[in-house]
Design a protein around this ligand. Structure first.
Ligand code: G3H
Ligand code: 13P
Ligand code: ZN
Length: 310
């Protein structure tokens, strides 16, 4: 059934596991993810970015997710807006039937982030829609920044209580060393998360669900296939699964994955075209790509999130 994140996160927090939040852009991605979740009896979050909404048009993804819910009535599925840039877009998605929205005010001054997040919460809660907000800035690890500047990118644990109290948000995304995309660390860099900051945040917010963005692990087997079959993704590095497993056992209840889906599909399609130069029916390569998404998501659910059978 289509649900909001509230009950799901409570169970995940108490059970010491996380729910996978996967970005969706088309039918094959939605099918691959929900077939994996359905077979493993796992709760799942399907998230739509502003870009995804523009790509597919606002109607299609909602209808495709509704189809997935009808096909898998046994598992809880959340339809979530990822990185909502404005109150207006959050409202539009709530009106379209989303059960959860993120308002991302992380790049705005603190007081603006508080005020706009609170405004989204006020509207969303009227419709039983849950709200995720963000404090801190992702992506610093990739840049040449000094230790001081680098420190400033992480979420400040001193702000989280005030933020959650004044906004009424249901979950909070924090910056502890993850970043978006396929290039999260430089070669030779120690690919670690600041789990000490996560620990500090959870002390200030007991029982409160935390979200990790930019949490793809960039499996090297996909990178290798991409690079073997004509791609060019040198030094693509993600978050080690061991770090994600630790975070999932702590206060992290939602782990966002998009890049790994892109890699699974691209690696599969590149190899498919190499092996079968005669293929020109999209089903011949989108079918295997959908299967690769399913396998990757199954692995995440069982070996990283720990939410199978939940
Ligand atoms: O956080 C960003 C997600 O990976 C979505 O990416 O905005 O290109 O759809 P997108
Ligand atoms: P990745 O780029 O690590 O997959 O992160 C996705 C994400 O955070 C979507 O909001
Ligand atoms: Zn994100």
């Amino acid at each position: 059934a289509l649900v909001n994140t509230r009950g799901m996160f409570k169970k995940a927090y108490d059970g010491g596991y996380a729910i996978g939040a996967f970005n969706v852009n088309n039918m094959e991605i939605i099918q691959g993810i929900t077939e994996a979740a359905g077979e493993l009896n796992a709760p799942v979050i399907l998230q739509v970015s502003k870009g995804a909404r523009a790509y597919a048009n606002p109607t299609y993804l909602v209808k495709l997710v509704e189809a997935a819910v009808a096909e898998h009535p046994e598992i809880p599925i959340v339809l979530h807006l990822d990185h909502g840039p404005s109150y207006e877009m959050c409202k539009a998605c709530i009106d379209d039937g989303f059960t959860s929205v993120m308002f991302d005010g992380s790049s705005k001054p603190y007081e603006e982030n508080v005020a706009e997040s609170a405004k989204v919460v006020e509207y969303a809660h009227k419709y039983n829609v849950t709200v995720e907000a963000e404090l801190g800035t992702l992506g610093g690890v990739e840049d040449d920044v000094s230790v001081e500047a680098d420190k400033a990118m992480y979420t400040d644990p001193d702000q989280v209580q005030d933020f959650v109290k004044r906004t009424g948000v249901d979950s909070l995304a924090i910056a502890i060393g993850t970043s978006h995309g396929a290039y999260k660390f430089k070669p030779g860099q120690n690919p670690k998360l600041r789990l000490d900051i996560l620990e500090e945040v959870s002390k200030r917010l007991p029982g409160f669900p935390i979200v990790l963005h930019g949490a793809s692990s960039v499996p090297q087997e996909f990178v290798k296939v991409v690079n073997t079959y004509g791609g060019n993704m040198p030094n693509a590095i993600g978050i080690p699964e061991s770090e994600l497993r630790k975070a999932a056992k702590m206060a992290v209840c939602k782990i966002n994955v998009d890049s790994d889906i892109r890699l699974a599909m691209t690696a599969t399609i590149r190899k498919c075209f190499h092996d079968h130069p005669d293929y020109f029916d999209p089903r011949q390569y989108l079918g295997p790509a959908r299967e690769a998404v399913k396998d990757m998501v199954s692995h995440k659910i069982t070996d990283v999130m720990g939410c199978n059978g939940k």
